[in-house]
Design a protein around this ligand. Structure first.
Ligand code: HEM
Length: 371
């Protein structure tokens, strides 16, 4: 896919895809332009409505509300709890003698954290995973102009019914969690609608673990493929932050975002009519040579340039701080406790089968000993 991106950046950076009947944007600067202009490029581009697909003014109000729960201070306060969860997961792996970084660490960590924040039973995490995959597949089908398979919509409806039940329980018995916060919040004296509460919880739940899980798996995968980087991080653990940013850039967890044009607009010499779907190829923009030298190489110590992996502008990821912290703690604790960590030769990493998400399904590792 990366060769295709490079060809498109060179030859057709803003391209109308006749099969999918949509526009694809491949260059860093053009992607930033689109994300920076929500009045022309609307986020209201999906049947699966959430805060992420709303435009101002409602988006501004809802985002302000949810952002309170994701303030830098509240996120920093989660650090000891995250360390505790990571250590528990690593202890389990140490005892069993086997570790698949994706399924034993990268996935259970963020799903536990977001379930605790929302106030959902952590035991239901396998259900969350079973619901999130159809939700993502539904969005993918939609972008390909295909009807969304009814079983995917049924899974989303099941998740929504589950979340509504949780929300209703908190109406009478509020607790110190985000679901209660949303249920009892007011915007200009008005409560949120049930639909808004449920869709916001659904967004936080799915955005809160699928992408973080991929970030953790991708970061560790890149470290294991680059022993010289791994050695430096073992010596200077603070360097992990640069490694995570570079992993976000090179193995972009969300490969693209969608927008819809509200008026006819010119972009890089192309006239895009009103009402068109526009895909912003983040995974391509993050490898644009005009923004990053030697863009295809993994080099955590390159001069800092902002990657596009958390988006840009008014919808910039609310969970960026949390996602970065989860990845930092997971990778640092793993490296500190497991000596001689390496890929499992008998069982290579298995990539995810997805066009929108970039990550691994399995990342089995071996090690020499633990501390
Ligand atoms: C928005 C990526 C983690 C919650 C976004 C957007 C991107 C993104 C690209 C922009 C969407 C758009 O403009 O259409 C990522 C990546 C993560 C991550 C790569 C990896 C760590 C999280 C976490 C949470 C979260 C952990 C919450 C717990 C959100 C929310 C929005 C969002 C609520 C919508 C913000 C808005 O519409 O104003 N994310 N995300 N994300 N993300 Fe994340």
């Amino acid at each position: 896919r990366f060769d295709h991106y490079a060809r498109m950046r060179a030859n057709a950076p803003v391209h109308f895809n006749p099969q999918l009947q949509l526009w694809e944007v491949y260059r860093y600067a053009d992607i930033q332009t689109v994300l920076g202009d929500p009045h022309t490029f609307s986020s209201d581009a999906s049947v699966l409505q959430t805060m992420a697909t709303m435009d101002p003014p409602r988006h501004t109000q809802l985002r302000r509300l949810v952002a309170r729960a994701f303030s830098a201070k509240l996120i920093a306060d989660l650090e000891p709890r995250i360390v505790h969860i990571v250590d528990g997961l690593l202890e389990r792996a140490r005892r069993s003698g086997a570790l698949d970084v994706v399924n034993d660490l990268a996935f259970p960590l963020p799903v536990t954290v977001i379930a605790e924040l929302l106030g959902l039973p952590v035991e239901d995490q396998l259900k969350f995973k079973a619901w999130s995959i159809p939700a993502i597949k539904a969005a993918e089908a939609e972008l390909h102009g295909m009807p969304v398979p009814p079983e995917h919509l049924a899974a989303v409806a099941e998740l929504e019914a589950y979340l509504l039940q949780m929300a209703n329980a908190r109406k009478t018995e509020p607790r110190a969690d985000l679901v209660s916060g949303l249920v009892h919040a007011e915007i200009e004296g008005q409560r949120l609608t049930d639909e808004e509460i449920v869709s916001t919880c659904r967004l936080l739940l799915i955005a809160g673990f699928e992408t973080s899980a991929n970030l953790i798996g991708n970061t560790l995968h890149l470290l294991l493929l680059h022993p010289e980087v791994l050695a430096r991080v073992r010596e200077e653990p603070a360097q992990i932050e640069a490694v995570i940013e570079e992993a976000l850039r090179l193995h972009t967890p969300f490969q693209f975002l969608a927008r819809k044009t509200l008026r006819e607009v010119e972009l890089a010499g192309q006239q895009i009519p009103q009402g068109q779907l526009v895909l912003l190829m983040l995974g391509s923009g993050n490898r644009d040579e005009t923004a990053f030298e030697r863009a295809d190489q993994f080099d955590p110590w390159r001069p800092p340039v902002r990657h596009l992996s958390f988006g840009h502008g008014i919808h910039y990821c609310l969970g960026a701080g949390l996602g970065r912290m989860e990845a930092r703690i997971a990778v640092t604790r793993l490296l500190a406790q497991f000596q001689g960590l390496r890929l499992n030769e008998a069982s290579p990493p298995v990539p995810l089968q997805s066009v929108v998400l970039f990550g691994l399904q399995q990342l089995p590792v071996q090690w020499d000993g633990t501390l």
